[in-house]
Design a binder for this molecule. Structure first.
Ligand code: PMP
Length: 441
């Protein structure tokens, strides 16, 4: 087998790394050479525990042979089929399986290759739907402060993380932002905050300010993940749903992180009991093994868009060379089989109270500003260094790596999200490593 080993004289120069301080990184690279279960091994052969399941995608743990073998068999049998005007059985089989997991009445799944592509696809789906209904004046999109919806041009337009948008000013002009739902007064709330549902009324104000008939859709992450795990206040998502219903606005849940069990049910839509019109997903759909994403739509959206075109006409001018790639579909099918066979969504729900208890044990550390969490995802926010937001988080992420734990930080918040196969001892190890590392600064 050809596995790339680190070279002793490697300069690590040619790869321009994403979301990375390249010059700083290359002076002291952090490489992962091997991964299995909840463990990673760095370039020196030292083990780390994976406290963020990769980037919240490796839900069933690393190195799942069933997935590797399914991909290998698929590659030998049929490595590629164009997805336009023809197909292959794996894509239909995977769409059926995803539809089984989705809330009713969502039974249609469009495949893409990442969360970012899922968002841009969902934006186009929304536009196509309103156009098909003769409402093409609905061109305004609503997002939320502190939202992360990927980095393609659509997702960049919806970005509530200012730094992801400010370098690229030529984005969709017609986006307005709901206020985010975090409030200092809610600090250390476990699960859904009691207060804040009324923040959803920002949407009602937009309806009055701009005219409800100009608003196409609202995009929200049920739990905002990449900005530090903001759990929705009780009643908030319900209130957004009600306002959307009143005004013919589509509700899109970006479940790229929450999809596939992270909140203890297949989708956060089910956990929170609110069914959107469109769900974007990616990450854990293949357990992180092969890039893939998907957009699920309510039956009525699919039927409206496909029904609007005359016989034999293409109705949705959108798709990718690698939409529903056979290898990704094989990985997805093998992954969903593991989730089902091993009851991993239920395991995530079972482990959640223990996990959140462990996270809340960090409350005594003076530097900890807030703890937030739900299911198997939690944010550990530390006070920023005066005048230097993000610096402490960045330093802690690096130190954690050399202390034997991978945890993804965003600004000054650690996003802790173990895999669903993690044991209580693994949780203790992750939280112990976070404590030790925080205590060292
Ligand atoms: N939406 C959300 C909610 C995400 O968390 C992410 C990635 N963290 C994305 C979209 C983008 O996904 P990708 O990086 O696969 O493009």
């Amino acid at each position: 087998m050809n596995v790339v080993k680190p070279l002793s004289n490697q300069a690590y120069e040619a790869q321009w790394m994403p979301f990375t301080a390249n010059r700083e990184f290359k002076a002291s690279p952090r490489l992962v050479q091997r991964s299995e279960g909840v463990r990673l091994w760095n370039q020196n052969g030292e083990p780390l525990i994976d406290g963020s399941s990769g980037l919240f995608n490796v839900a069933a743990g690393h190195g799942r042979k069933e997935i590797a073998e399914a991909v290998y068999r698929q590659m030998l049998e049929n490595d590629y089929t164009p997805p336009f005007q023809m197909g292959h059985p794996g894509a239909f089989a995977l769409a059926d399986k995803v539809a089984e997991l989705l809330p009713e009445p969502m039974n249609h799944v469009f495949f893409v290759n990442s969360g970012s592509e899922a968002i841009d696809t969902a934006l186009k789906m929304v536009m196509a739907y309103h156009r098909a209904r003769g409402e093409s004046q609905r061109l305004r999109f609503v997002s939320r402060e502190r939202a992360y919806h990927g980095v393609n041009m659509g997702g960049t337009s919806l970005a509530g993380m200012v730094r992801n948008r400010e370098t690229f000013p030529v984005v969709m002009p017609n986006v307005v932002m709901l206020r985010h739902t975090w409030d200092e007064a809610q600090a250390f709330t476990r699960g859904q905050p009691e207060t804040g549902a009324e923040l959803a009324d920002d949407l009602q104000r937009f309806c009055e300010a701009y005219g409800a008939g100009t608003i196409a859709a609202v995009f929200v992450e049920p739990i905002a993940g990449s900005t530090g795990v903001l759990v929705p206040p009780k009643g908030y998502l319900e209130r957004l749903r009600a306002i959307c219903d009143r005004h013919g606005i589509l509700l899109v849940f970006d479940e790229v992180i929450t999809g596939f069990g992270r909140t203890g049910k297949a989708f956060a839509a089910q956990t929170f009991g609110v069914t959107p019109d469109i769900i974007t997903m990616a990450k854990a759909i293949t357990n992180g093994a092969i890039p893939m994403g998907a957009v699920a739509a309510r039956d009525e959206i699919y039927e409206t868009i496909t029904g609007a075109a005359p016989e034999n006409a293409i109705e949705f001018f959108h798709g990718y060379t690698y939409s529903g790639h056979p290898a990704a579909c094989a990985a997805g099918l093998a992954t969903l089989e593991i989730y089902e066979r091993e009851g991993l969504f239920e395991k995530a729900a079972e482990l959640s109270p223990y996990f959140l208890d462990a996270i809340w044990s960090l409350k005594d550390l003076d530097v900890v500003r807030d703890l937030r969490g739900h299911g198997l995802i939690a944010g550990v926010e530390v006070h920023p260094e005066p005048g230097k937001p993000g610096l402490r988080g960045n330093e802690l992420q690096k130190r954690l790596f050399w202390n034997g734990c991978h945890v993804k930080w965003t600004g000054d918040t650690a996003i802790v999200a173990p895999s669903f196969v993690a044991t209580r001892a693994d949780v203790d190890e992750i939280v112990g490593c976070i404590r030790k590392t925080i205590e060292s600064v």
